[in-house]
Design a protein around this ligand. Structure first.
Ligand code: TYM
Length: 324
């Protein structure tokens, strides 16, 4: 039996470089490895855990699927679907919530961080976020999850739930682990924290033009602030160099030591490397966007295949929990 893989991205807008390097690259690698059965969804239901607009979500839950296809996810190899279409995720999440304590969920760093960002948004949906994520993964008994390093606390919850369910009810859930990529943590362009859709000026979208990319890469901080040493200041620039132009890293470090390093020339080389990586994606995206029927069919087929697998797991769990 092939090992299952599941991953997803929320429908908060167009994908950015962090999503691409931290998640999509891993999704592609596992899709192309025949030992895995890969399932990739847009986590549209997770989008309602923080304030959002329904009309934007309606568009974005489809745009993420188009981004997936343009990036190379292939419906012949992977099951591609929208989370909210597969009710079994919610059903399983409810059963899972019966083995987790409120205190455990409230202490999760990701929960605390989100509450800080959205002080009015302390909802039950947000508290349940990791439980739904565990259900997304375990409803397919997936043992491998290609996601960025920021998702580790959520995977810890999924492992805890799998253990508790197996102990209490004799289910056979695997304890899912993260599949890490080289870009598991892409820093913000602003020099502090990670690249994130919720921080303006921190990200590069996969659909950004050459000029936009250049402007954004040039905004990476390189002139000193009081109290910041130059090593700390250049950390972000060097992380991007390491991700996109690794073979020049040594040369730049030597130039830095000699005091001859020209920041603008590294920045422009990084821009070229990013643009070259994104160009085929952007061209393919334009083609896929035009083909509405194809996208509809991918979603429809994917949903049906996902549902078949998910239903079996939920029926098994109901049986073991005394609900059938
Ligand atoms: P989301 O939309 O916040 O992030 C989607 C993916 O992008 C990765 N990512 C990054 N990786 C590296 N550097 C960054 N700066 C960066 N920013 C984002 C995230 O790690 C993630 O892999 N909870 C998930 C969505 C989800 C999910 C799931 C994932 C829901 N159910 C089940 C896997 C399995 C999330 O945060 O999405």
């Amino acid at each position: 039996m092939k090992k299952s893989v599941l991953s997803g991205i929320r429908a908060t807008g167009r994908l950015h470089l962090g999503n691409y390097l931290g998640a999509v690259k891993g999704m592609l690698e596992l899709q192309n490895d025949p030992q895995y059965k890969t399932l990739y969804m847009v986590a549209d239901a997770h989008t309602v855990t923080t304030p959002y607009h329904a009309n934007e979500l309606k568009v974005n839950r489809r745009e993420v699927i188009i981004d997936y296809l343009a990036a190379g996810l292939d419906p012949e190899k992977s099951i591609i679907f929208q989370q909210a279409e597969v009710n079994e995720h919610f059903e399983l999440a409810f059963y899972f919530s019966s083995v987790m304590s409120i205190a455990r969920m409230q202490h999760l760093p990701t929960f605390k961080e989100k509450i800080k960002q959205h002080p009015q948004g302390s909802t039950m949906a947000l508290l349940n976020y990791p439980i739904l994520m565990a259900a997304d993964i375990l409803v397919y008994k997936a043992g491998l999850v290609p996601v960025g390093i920021d998702q580790e606390p959520h995977l810890e919850i999924a492992r805890e739930i799998a253990r508790k369910m197996n102990e209490q009810y004799g289910t056979d859930f695997p304890e899912p682990v993260r599949f890490a990529t080289k870009g598991e943590y892409v820093p913000s362009l602003k020099g502090e924290g990670k690249m994130s859709k919720s921080v303006e000026g921190s990200y590069i979208n996969l659909t950004d033009s050459h000029d936009e990319i250049r402007k954004k890469v040039r905004s990476i901080p390189t002139s000193s602030y009081v109290g910041m040493d130059s090593k700390e200041l250049l950390k972000t620039l060097f992380s991007y160099a390491n991700l996109f132009i690794p073979k020049y890293k040594k040369q730049y470090e030597e130039e830095l030591a000699k005091g001859t390093l020209k920041y603008i020339s590294i920045k422009d080389q990084i821009t070229e490397a990013i643009y070259n990586e994104l160009k085929p994606f952007q061209e393919k995206r334009i083609e896929i966007e035009k083909n509405k029927e194809y996208v509809d069919k991918v979603i429809q087929d994917g949903t049906q295949k996902a549902k078949e697998i998910a239903r079996k797991t939920v029926d098994e769990v109901k049986e073991k929990m005394g609900l059938s």
